[in-house]
Ligand binder design. Structure first.
Ligand SMILES: [Cu+2]
Length: 664
């Protein structure tokens, strides 16, 4: 949701922040829409016609539920990959084959709110194989295959609500995690039917570790760890010396359940939770967990049958930290932390408290010493709380207001976004000194450096993903476009190069050199490998068949006709299934399929693929169908008819392509 640029005075008072401080910060309230863009900025983002961008930028669509792909540095939108929301353009969620991808324990869900893309990693470095993304509302994680730029699998996360601190990965993508934003009552119906006012007693969180199969990309839940009822916000895996640990920011340690903007902003410090996931993995392997109820769907796209396959699971393995000392620790972190980021060396963990006026940097070495020495200040719901001073590397003092999220370059620098003061601040991780700052337009949320949350940042740019654009673009009615801003970080000073508008809310993003993705591209699906039960591998295999009230059409497309393209004998009351196989075997020759009156979207069928459109005719008549994707000079000739007769008709069922020798 877009919000006004500044927090209200009231909110700031509650946050314990002086209003005067807000107004005195640089970049807090830009007075002009003009920004200093130096003379060669245009040249730095200009990608000559016919040449490619240097980076792929995978940007979440926020409330669109999708994943958008841009080129950097141009900011050109290349594709919107449908993930959690139906997509009429591609037929995703409309074709019979894709509907299964959106099945959950709550039935077919055509939408979600996607926040955090995360590239798969090998040895702590993004490898260009997959991009994960979370669905917040109906908790799910999706895996997008970067060979096809399609959603390959989606797993539902049971015992979860508001799947926000997700789907961050371990260094070899052994696991991606999912933490609950909303704590909720768990268990069976009787256990869940409790008064909201019993939050402290009955509401619990958990963090899930999801394992993607390295070969197939099919996902399963390895284990969940039960946690106290707080709100988990973001997370990152340790690396290098901190490999084997995971860190989650959490807010609402007040355990409020109403008016959180006030009631969850009371404590000076919330927590970062440290999870020893190697220990959890060992405990799970040793059979130490308990299987608890947790019905969830795991959906997977089979590229041989061109269809979704769903498996339904009734329970999950859960580890209770009370039974396993050493599994979880809390570290105090000021104040309502959002970002929870590990630097490229793996030595430091940065917390970004939304209501804090400093940035705490924790030392993994000190965390381990504090754990060994039992250097705790107490416990929270039975989980040890390490002493803040004992685990702290140091604080960045007065960096700005409303620190949200931090990424890194390869030279020991951190870049932190500041929502309230609308700026990016660059600081040195070892020295904790601010070295540069630059305003954003306006109210930056997440930021992104290519590879900037990995062991090997590629650097070169930092991109701001902003919540408000106000006057940056031509206005478009009550809703203005949202926006990203590209800055160069090559020199000592950050330099604004480009604004580009985005689809949906650009919540978070990742970027990777294009050369790591381009060689993986699937150009078409081999027709001989098509195992779809209704495939027609040539026009000779096309047919029309009645199965009771169902009429099945084995149909093919090739430039520029359908076979069959005249179908008769369909009767009112029938359900017609058009199984459309695209016979083309070349790159970038999709064919579309649409029929008049279909309460459905089009099909967009890639070469070698079969997809099915279900159509229930509502009236007697002759119904045109046509190819929707401009495929050839004679695309406009690519059409046909379906005759629908009354229910008691005796018109024989047939499908044919008349005059097939005419120019084919
Ligand atoms: Cu066509």
């Amino acid at each position: 949701m877009k919000r006004p640029l500044m927090l209200t005075t009231g909110t700031l008072t509650l946050a314990g922040l002086a209003f005067v401080l807000v107004n005195s910060l640089p970049g807090c309230r830009p007075t002009t829409t003009q920004t200093v863009v130096t003379g060669d900025a245009a040249a730095k983002v200009y990608v000559k016609p016919g040449t490619h961008d240097e980076f792929y930028n995978f940007v979440s669509g926020g409330f669109s539920g999708q994943l958008a792909v841009y080129g950097l540095p141009s900011g050109r939108l290349l594709r919107e990959v449908p993930v959690f929301s139906v997509d009429p353009e591609s037929g995703y969620g409309y074709s019979e084959e894709t509907k299964g991808m959106l099945m959950t324990s709550s039935g077919f869900i055509p939408w979600d709110d996607s926040h955090h893309p995360e590239l798969s990693q090998t040895d702590g470095v993004p490898d260009g194989k997959w991009c994960f993304i979370n669905g917040n509302n109906t908790p799910r994680i999706a895996l997008v295959d970067l060979g096809t730029f399609r959603t390959k699998s989606i797993i539902e996360i049971p015992n979860s609500a508001g799947n926000h601190s997700s789907p961050f990965t371990t260094g070899n993508s052994e696991y991606v995690v999912a933490g609950t934003r909303f704590s909720v009552p768990m268990g069976d119906d009787a256990a869940r039917d409790v008064s909201i006012s019993t939050y402290k007693e009955n509401f619990k969180g958990n963090v899930s570790f999801i394992h993607p199969d390295p070969g197939t990309g099919r996902m399963s839940i390895a284990f969940q760890i039960a946690t106290p009822g707080v709100n988990f916000d973001l997370s990152h895996a340790g690396k290098g010396p901190s490999e084997g640990w995971f860190f989650f920011s959490c807010y609402n340690t007040e355990q409020a359940y109403s008016l959180l903007e006030v009631n969850a902003s009371q404590r000076d410090k919330d927590f970062i939770m440290a999870v020893n996931w190697k220990l959890a993995e060992q405990l799970a392997k040793d059979g130490k967990g308990t299987r608890v109820p947790g019905k969830h769907y795991s959906n997977w796209w089979n590229e041989e049958t061109h269809s979704a396959e769903t498996t339904v699971h009734e329970d999950v393995l859960q580890l209770d930290p009370k039974d396993h000392p050493g599994l979880l620790y809390f570290m105090p972190c000021p104040k309502s932390p959002h970002g929870c980021d590990v630097d490229p060396t793996g030595k430091y963990i940065v917390g970004s408290g939304k209501l804090a006026a400093l940035i705490p940097v924790f030392s993994f070495e000190k965390i381990q010493k504090a754990i060994a020495a039992n250097d705790v200040e107490g416990d929270f719901a039975g989980i040890p709380v390490l002493k803040y001073e004992s685990v702290l590397h140091g604080e960045v003092k007065k960096p700005g207001l409303g620190p949200l999220h931090t990424e890194f370059d390869a030279n020991g620098n951190a870049y932190t976004s500041f929502f309230v003061s609308s700026e990016i601040v660059k600081w040195n991780v070892e020295k904790l000194e601010v070295v540069d700052r630059v305003p954003t337009y306006y109210s930056i949320g997440h930021l992104m450096v290519p590879g900037g949350d990995s062991k090997k940042p590629w650097g070169k740019y930092v991109v701001a993903y902003n919540k408000i654009t106000k006057d940056r673009y031509l206005p478009t009615g009550p809703e203005l476009t949202q926006s990203a801003q590209l800055y160069s970080i090559d020199g000592d000073k950050m330099e604004l190069l480009l604004d580009f508008p985005t689809t949906g809310e650009p919540h978070y993003a990742q970027a990777i050199p294009a050369d790591l993705v381009k060689p993986r591209e699937v150009k078409f699906f081999k027709i001989e490998e098509n195992k779809h039960p209704f495939v027609a591998k040539g026009e000779k295999e096309t047919k029309v068949e009645r199965r009771g009230k169902e009429v099945h059409v084995w149909m093919t497309t090739i430039r520029s006709h359908f076979a069959p393209d005249n179908i008769e004998g369909v009767k009112l009351g029938d359900e017609v299934y058009f199984h459309v196989t695209n016979l083309e075997q070349d790159w970038d020759v999709p064919h579309g399929f649409a029929i008049k009156g279909a309460a459905n979207a089009e099909l967009l069928v890639m070469p070698g693929e079969t997809q099915t459109l279900k159509w229930i005719p509502t009236r007697v008549g002759v119904w045109p169908m046509y190819c929707t994707d401009f495929c050839s000079a004679l695309h406009q000739e690519m059409q046909g008819y379906v005759r629908v007769s009354p229910a008691n008709s005796t018109v024989p069922l047939k499908g044919e392509t008349v005059s097939v020798d005419a120019g084919v």
